[in-house]
Design a binder for this molecule. Structure first.
Ligand code: HAS
Ligand code: CU1
Length: 555
């Protein structure tokens, strides 16, 4: 093999990955401390007027900050750091550091702009920011910059893979890099919707260049991105479950080709399903909604495959560690390792989480649950549970790896993952249940006449679960940040520094299915075509009946 590209050096790459990840945690810190306020609201306790956070003026400002910082900013920074660092390290290629640092600073600028706009009480438009609610241009431009920066990271990872392919003719992309590249290509297709929404409509509108915009068009473009963004969050967790976890539990990857197939399926099916967020909307023909409902069931398939393949990988590990019997291997898994325990619990959370998603994707059942508390119940065990708990758990090896410092306290780390797990179970059971009782989402219910007059009578028990969950999660966040700060400031230097636990992929092959799936541009083209087919007719229809509506700023 002739090597022309510069090789991965270590320290400079670690520094940038750390910058992305620590910025992610800063956003998470502020965002998650606002969470219990939402939970207590759904427990019927109105504590907003107590002004715990002087910069939060209203329920909706708190909710927007919470959603934007946790769901959009924390995830994007963490994923950009992680899925830039891992492929570079796996391929042993030096990223273009100047370009990569620029992408970090563009993302940071975007974060600051959006955060200032929300903190200044100008943009309480929720993390699902479509018209007619109208925010400040700084909010939209800021989030646009975050997306642009993430696409710069995508570009760099794909570029590194091209370099690797040139230097390794006839070889198939290494597994962790393959998964990462598929995620970035999926994100490139997925982000088109939000880019058009923000650049063509929301920014000119908020600058005053347009008098109004069509809410249904901005909403449809938002959900073009808004659904696949959930796989943009989920797939990095899958990268860890497939590509790193097996090594951590002394197991092995159960199947190379199924792993690749899962990521190809996500590239194909993540995006053409957005109307399942709009089943109750006018202006979208029922036939197209039905098609998106069917496609939603397709996009459940790679996760069902994942449950099987990851289960098998873990079982191989548990048996290698001496586990016997049908379930005895589960006990033998290294539950005392906080990084492993947290990810196992994340997987357990994802089982009911996924089932709740399938319910929502069903055309007829959705009508009952849309816009109820079920929805935040669902997305807290998916992105807040499965994904965030995986990221938290990974941090327990990743942070020592990047800082060359020993993890501050294994006990507190274990306490973090258990309390997150238990808190999420309480919280989302309560919220799903409240949803079944038709309590609306995104409502300051603790301050509403219904609550005060006892119309939510009968909902006391789920409301109590929600409140207890919020309290436990608050404790968990405190533990987590104690571990992070303890590691950074007090962790012993240069002892027991973990390496990246890349899986031994003994089924790797350079021919057959693996080679077919490595033709990434062909899959990319099919995915783009699929999105065009399921979106073009409806968007054409909506554009040809364009209705311009002025913005609303009801705060
Ligand atoms: Fe969802 C709404 C449908 C997955 C996030 N979703 C949302 C919203 C968010 C969100 C944020 O069709 C709200 C947006 C808003 O504010 O309005 N969702 C689905 C479906 C799936 C799904 C079908 N969602 C996710 C994931 C998310 C996420 C993942 C974040 C990361 N969702 C919907 C629909 C709506 C929706 C409708 C709109 C509702 C409305 O009306 O507004 C599927 O992808 C789920 C498939 C998952 C599975 C589970 C597989 C299980 C695995 C674990 C294996 C465990 C093992 C255990 C092996 C089939 C892989 C081993 C452990 C041991 C200890 C041994
Ligand atoms: Cu969705």
């Amino acid at each position: 093999m002739s090597r022309k590209s510069k090789v991965f050096t270590g320290l400079p790459e670690k520094k940038l990955a750390l910058a992305f990840i620590l910025t992610a945690f800063a956003a998470l810190f502020l965002g998650s401390n606002l969470g219990p306020f939402q939970a207590f609201n759904y427990a019927g306790l109105n504590i907003y007027h107590l002004k715990f956070m002087p910069f939060v003026n209203s329920y909706y400002q708190g909710l927007t900050l919470h959603g934007v910082l946790n769901a959009l900013v924390f995830t994007t920074f963490f994923i950009s750091g992680l899925l830039w660092y891992l492929p570079a390290k796996e391929m042993n290629i030096r990223p273009n550091m100047t370009f990569s640092w620029i992408s970090y600073f563009v993302m940071l600028l975007g974060l600051v702009m959006a955060a200032v706009a929300i903190l200044a009480n100008t943009s309480n438009v929720m993390y699902t920011f479509y018209a007619p609610l109208k925010g400040h241009w700084g909010f939209y431009l800021g989030l646009a910059l975050v997306v642009v920066a993430s696409l710069m990271v995508a570009f760099e990872v794909v570029r590194m893979r091209q370099v690797w392919k040139k230097e390794n003719p006839g070889k198939v992309t290494p597994i962790v890099t393959f998964m990462s590249v598929m995620l970035w290509l999926m994100w490139a297709i997925a982000s088109v919707g939000i880019v058009v929404e923000v650049v063509v409509f929301l920014i000119p509108w908020s600058f005053g260049l347009l008098d109004g915009v069509d809410p249904q068009i901005t909403k449809s473009l938002f959900w073009w991105t808004g659904h696949p963004i959930v796989y943009f969050w989920l797939l990095p967790a899958y990268v860890s479950w497939y590509g790193l976890m097996p090594k951590q539990v002394k197991g092995e990857l159960a199947s190379d080709s199924l792993t690749r197939l899962v990521f190809v399926l996500f590239l194909l099916f993540s995006t053409p399903v957005g109307f399942h967020h709009q089943f109750t909307d006018p202006g979208i023909p029922a036939g197209w909604k039905m098609l998106h409902s069917m496609m939603t069931m397709f996009v459940g398939v790679p996760s069902l495959i994942t449950a099987f393949t990851i289960g098998a990988s873990l079982e191989l590990g548990g048996r290698a560690l001496g586990g016997k019997g049908v379930l005895g291997w589960i006990k033998k898994l290294p539950w005392n390792d906080p990084s492993v325990a947290g990810q196992l619990m994340a997987m357990l959370l994802f089982i009911p989480a996924g089932a709740g998603g399938i319910v929502l994707g069903s055309f007829n059942l959705n009508i009952m649950l849309h816009n109820t508390a079920w929805i935040p119940g669902h997305f807290h065990i998916t992105v807040g549970g499965a994904v965030t708990l995986t990221f938290i758990a990974m941090t327990f090896w990743l942070l020592p790896h990047l800082t060359n410092r020993k993890l501050f306290s294994k006990r507190l780390a274990l306490g973090t993952v258990w309390s997150w797990f238990i808190g999420m179970i309480f919280f989302s059971t309560g919220m799903h249940w409240e949803g079944l009782l038709l309590i609306p989402r995104r409502a300051h219910i603790s301050n509403m006449a219904e609550n005060l007059q006892g119309v939510y009578a009968g909902a006391e028990f789920p409301m109590m679960l929600t409140g207890i969950g919020g309290g436990i999660l608050w404790l968990s966040i405190a533990l987590f940040f104690t571990v992070i700060l303890g590691t950074i400031f007090l962790g012993k230097k240069d002892v027991d520094v973990p390496e990246v636990p890349f899986v031994d992929n003994k089924w790797a092959s350079d021919t057959g299915l693996a080679a077919a799936m490595d033709k990434i541009w062909a899959w990319f083209a099919v995915a783009a075509l699929l999105v065009a087919v399921v979106y073009a007719p409806t968007l054409y229809e909506l554009f040809s009946t364009y209705v311009s509506i002025p913005g609303q700023t009801p705060w």
